[in-house]
Design a protein around this ligand. Sequence first.
Ligand code: BGP
Length: 488
Amino acid sequence: MSFNQDFLWGGATAANQHEGGYQEGGRGLSTFDAVTGGGYKVPRLVTYKNVDGSIGKVPVDSTMTGQVPVHTTGTILEDTFYPSHNATDFYHHYKEDIALMGEMGFKCFRMSISWSRICPDGRYQVNEEGLAFYDAVFDELHKYGIEPVVTINHFDMPMYLADHYDGWSSRKLIDFFLFYARTIFTRYKDKVKYWMTFNEINVLSGWCQIGVHDNSPQNLYQAHHHIFVASARAIQLGHEINPENKIGMMVAYTPSYPMTCKPEDVLEALQFNRQKTFYMDVQCKGYYPEYKQKEFEREHIVIKMEDKDLETIQAGTVDFIGFSYYMSTVSSTDPDVERTEGNQFLGCKNPYLTTSDWGWTVDPLGLRIALNQIYDQYHLPMFVVENGLGAPDQMEEDGSVHDSYREEYLRNHIKAMKDAVDLDGVDLMGYTPWGCIDIVSAGTGEMKKRYGFVYVERYDDGTGDFSRRKKDSFYWYKHVIETNGEEI
Ligand code: BGP
């Protein structure tokens, strides 16, 4: 048998994409509340107000330097559709969603807590109703024997902290975050044992994700230093509050292959891959690696640190490595090689592989490669906490959804994980395919790009009554879990 008996089969979502209820239960505004929908190659926009009261809109992933002056504030416009306000309404459907997860036999559910539901403006005030909501969610999960796996911060933050502190540019964020982390570690001490501090720490940037208005390398690396210190201190705190806690990091892992065996291409791929390993080196090995220190020197980037920061980073290393894997990419020094979309970056097109409808390369073997690369370097338990195929599913008149393409994608990736366990001996804790119940896409803000085993009747024009339908893949995944991955 490949996978351990206690292998954590499940699924994953995030608050800003699944939860909704944005003005209910005392929740404060969060950055993603001011982000519009978009589409394939249509950017999502942040709506904001200037000091003189005029309104502006700026693409989420554009560098905001010079476009959004620091003293602007995110704002919600009446005539604009914001997908995260309702998302797919987990807030009101959590019992139904969890029952569906129970029916599939989930052993775990990865979800995130909305920071502004716990601390409405991000500072030292706690919203009891928010805490009670997650109590109810965790109790419901335990009713079905499902272990919560909680991402403390998944791509959003209280809007107040972005607008008034310039987000993670400010060192003060460390204390605000620790207050929030202490509150939830303490409250859920007996309910949650698996945690991850920051989702996809290696891609965090911009106003929506980390509240910064200046995306220059100097400012971003300073913000990331604050995030590293906050994460390391939260890990120490989480272990103090409950020594049983398993607290991991989370990285977006997209391995890059050299386009050719030309040494320049190989070096290019190595450097691309270091954009991930840097974050793993800091959080798993507890130090800033030499190649990054040299880059800082070369680029005149100076990180302001306090005396104990490096000791803190060394003392707060992670218990496991969570990562998302959707695709691989290719690196080349030739500017004429064809490029294709990817998970938050543009890479070269791999002539041996196909792509999804959103241009993401499909590469199951790349997951085995990823698991080996990570395990070789860090020798820590690993958890594939995101993987899946975004596709424009069609619901038939009778409510059925035939998504055999999703089964095929997941089957091939599970096979790759099995090989990594059976043939290579990696230590794999679990697997939580992304968007197990349909959710709003983070990249495009669409409902059209669906990942789930469960279809949610919600559409990009804001229509739909949020009813849930089991797709064909629902029954397939249930069987996978029943047989512990032996029959896929
Ligand atoms: C990861 C994020 C998720 C997510 C997923 C799929 O980067 O952690 O939040 O949504 O990618 O991306 P998308 O929603 O753009 O298809």
